[in-house]
Design a protein around this ligand. Structure first.
Ligand SMILES: [Zn+2]
Ligand SMILES: [Zn+2]
Ligand SMILES: [Zn+2]
Length: 91
């Protein structure tokens, strides 16, 4: 395993990665905003925008709901990230 990839119990607990139900940020759509990249919460399956987006809905959701792990919802990207542990893993 590459040294820059560290995993955690949250990521290890993700057995089947949840794909995005829709390719849009559900929070940005409500407020008419836009996003840069999309991330899918692995606890509830909601898709929200990344930290490069103006509203950072994915990390806000992770904090407020204590859902630790997101997966990239971008086509061709296969990785998981855990917010509380700052852990990253490809799958
Ligand atoms: Zn974790
Ligand atoms: Zn958003
Ligand atoms: Zn969630």
């Amino acid at each position: 395993m590459a040294t820059e990839q560290k995993s955690c119990a949250h990521i290890d607990g993700v057995k089947d990665v949840r794909p995005p139900a829709r390719r849009e940020c559900e929070e940005c759509v409500k407020i008419g905003s836009s996003w840069v990249h999309l991330r899918t919460c692995q606890s509830c399956g909601g898709t929200r925008c990344c930290d490069s987006s103006p509203n950072r809905h994915a990390s806000a959701h992770a904090k407020s709901s204590k859902h630790p792990v997101i997966a990239s919802a971008e086509i061709g990207e296969r990785w998981l990230y855990c917010y509380p542990d700052d852990a990253f893993a490809e799958y």
